[in-house]
Design a protein around this ligand. Structure first.
Ligand SMILES: [Zn+2]
Length: 161
């Protein structure tokens, strides 16, 4: 299936994703039309530092809004390692669109810990599907809740509860 992304210089002619380089894709993911529709804090840890647009499933060519999220560099690095350990390389994983999103903070944290290699209660692939299926407003709410809890406990560790 060919994927297209908006072309601000010529809105009538969206650009096919497969023609873009990795660098262009990263640039596009940060463009105003594609930036995640939530405040710029890390959706995985609530952190405010070094936050960038991240591709939830690890595929830079997947620019669908549900696959883009704000993440800090530290969480991004942990995710990369967890994906490698789980054998999820680029261009190998199909997204399961039937997955349901996190219904509460506990489910969200379980998925976040799984994609960061901090829990094996859920497979990395299932966690990716759950995070993608969680609407932006809920991602944002969970991120704030995590941040608030961390601040209350003055800790950098993710505390499941
Ligand atoms: Zn983070």
């Amino acid at each position: 299936m060919k994927q297209y992304i908006p072309n601000p210089s010529n809105p009538q002619r969206p650009r096919p994703v497969h023609l873009l380089t990795d660098r262009a894709l990263r640039y596009r993911a940060n463009s105003p039309e594609l930036r995640p529709a939530m405040p710029k804090i890390c959706a995985y840890c609530g952190g405010h530092r070094n936050v960038e647009v991240e591709h939830i499933d690890g595929h830079e060519e997947h620019l669908a809004p549900d696959n883009l999220i704000w993440a800090c560099r530290s969480c991004n690095t942990k995710k990369g390692l967890a994906f490698r350990n789980a054998g999820l390389g680029r261009r190998t994983r199909q997204y399961n669109p039937a997955a349901s999103g996190a219904q509460n903070l506990a489910q969200w944290l379980q998925a976040v810990m799984a994609v960061k290699g901090e829990s094996e209660q859920m497979s990395v692939a299932d966690a990716v599907a759950m995070i993608r299926a969680t609407p932006a407003a809920d991602r944002s709410r969970f991120a704030y809740q995590i941040w608030a809890r961390r601040r209350a406990r003055r800790t950098d560790k993710l505390v499941p509860f």
